[in-house]
Design a protein around this ligand. Sequence first.
Ligand code: PNS
Length: 164
Amino acid sequence: MATALCPGSFDPVTYGHLDIIERAARHFEGVIVAVIRNPQKSQSLFSLEERQEMLREETAHLDNVSIDFFKGLLVDFARDRGASAIVKGLRAVSDFDYELQMAQMNQRLSGVDTFFLSTSPQHSFLSSSLVREVARFGGDVSSMVPKSVLARLSERFADEGGTP
Ligand code: PNS
């Protein structure tokens, strides 16, 4: 049985991510949650260490899941860790175009295959960026992220005085 990577920014981890990680852990011998060091999309809300810590707290019950970080190409990290698969969640058709492109590029570069899991319907609208935005303006995200993440979001935005 193979080792798989679940890569992402996890800024912060949501119930949608955890659903994919838990389900991947049922199908692979080992799952490495690969946290990207510098998310390119934007300045991250949480540091790499914080993002990893939240993931460790929320996956502690999964014996075959570990948390690690990478920078550079994901396929180089996969090779370093002996992982032959990447697992991604697909929320909607809109995710598919870009994910397919990345999967094909990663396959061409390295032979590493990407496995797509359909996101559970109750999480299909969920993204870290929306969670950050809603939480920043005081919206209720308690059904979208674990309690420990919720506490960190409140703390972070309290530090910011509740506005960007
Ligand atoms: O949670 P995100 O931000 O959607 O995760 C995107 C991520 C980190 C999985 C993706 O950007 C990635 O794999 N970046 C690493 C750089 C890389 O390998 N780029 C080539 C992709 S074909």
